[in-house]
Design a protein around this ligand. Sequence first.
Ligand SMILES: Cc1cc2nc3c(=O)[nH]c(=O)nc-3n(C[C@H](O)[C@H](O)[C@H](O)COP(=O)(O)OP(=O)(O)OC[C@H]3O[C@@H](n4cnc5c(N)ncnc54)[C@H](O)[C@@H]3O)c2cc1C
Length: 402
Amino acid sequence: MYDYLIVGAGFAGSVLAERLASQLGKRVLLVDRRNHIGGNAFDHYNDDGILVHKYGPHIFHTNSLEVFEYLGQFTAWRPYEHRVQASVDGQLVPIPINLDTINKLYGLNFDSFGIEEFFKKVAVEVPQVRTSEDVVISKVGRELYEKFFKNYTKKQWGMDPSELDASVAARIPARTNRDDRYFTDTYQAMPLFGYTRMFERMLDHPNIHILLNTDYRELEGEINYREMIYTGPIDEFFDFCYGKLPYRSLEFKHETHGIPVFQPASVVNYPNEQLYTRITEFKYLTGQEHPKTSIVYEFPLSEGDPYYPVPKPENKELYEKYKALADAMPNMHFVGRLATYRYYNMDQVTAQALTMFKKLSGEKREQPVQVRTDPATQKHIHSFEMAHKMHSNGHTVITRPS
Ligand SMILES: Cc1cc2nc3c(=O)[nH]c(=O)nc-3n(C[C@H](O)[C@H](O)[C@H](O)COP(=O)(O)OP(=O)(O)OC[C@H]3O[C@@H](n4cnc5c(N)ncnc54)[C@H](O)[C@@H]3O)c2cc1C
């Protein structure tokens, strides 16, 4: 008996649940098939008491004050600027490539002007930049492309950069100064007590009920709701009727070591020799002090949980076919990284959800989509609160609690 059934308790689903409940008094059932909230941003204390990100490192950065302030209602922030090193030719050097990367790699002593000339000299002229390879070689030339990008991209995407859309590499800069920050956004910070704590605070509202370990399809015919917000994979929603949208997946290998520091940077990328792409040491991100340290290796996979939509023109076309089906469904809203098949960061998903909220709050409500209830299912639901009921057209309808 809900206004909204929201599928997925990641950023997209949780932001919408929070807004709809707190601003419009809507009754929301938030369902996730995992055993936790937070989606891919979920973090937790491991057996040794170290805060780790289960699905790989999540670093918050944004240029949007609106997003930063919105999330700031649910967490204090810890200032954090991300820095990454790459292991190339037996050395650790800053990535994105900057002045120090080139000087250290080649034993040179360039200043900013010298490095600009260097890039000009090595850059390959590409008449029309179409692929990721084009983007990189036209900025830093073929040798650096091969040292830093070619194999990393092959590992990460299972494809040569020459087969990948230019957009994948478009945000990789090459700097002529010594700025070694991975991101240059205006707001860069980590939630002081972790992402999960932030989500818990966001979802702590009497109108929001959370159902974990549950695929929304198990609720079919058992829950009344007016509208559905879906944040899972869009192809799965339509039973893959046009075929599977390709995703890249990852295997995470978590380890804890009995030493305070494992590596000299929060993330070290391994473009070439190793099967994994990078190692992250969490204490750098969280600022936690602990005599031990926890790290995670990332091994890219072609099968497994869907993490990265693969940005190729034919996949976009396939997505558009699913989107056309989605657009034709009344009372259904698709939002988030998987439901819109876009490589979005957390701040972009938050912005997308806030925009969706604005749209929903201006829209007139339609008839409920489903009307049969099975009281037995309520045993799963936390803190169920009765709202005012009225009957219209033979359907049970929940109105906003006064
Ligand atoms: C390894 C990795 C590192 C990343 N690092 C960063 C970073 O540093 N900075 C950054 O800004 N972003 C990062 N991201 C991106 C970030 O994870 C996403 O932007 C964000 O998590 C997307 O939120 P979402 O709600 O769209 O999707 P998700 O977090 O994927 O949430 C979707 C939820 O829907 C649930 N679901 C799906 N289908 C069903 C179903 N049938 N029934 C019930 N539940 C269902 C899933 O279990 C999942 O919990 C990273 C992503 C990955 C994979």
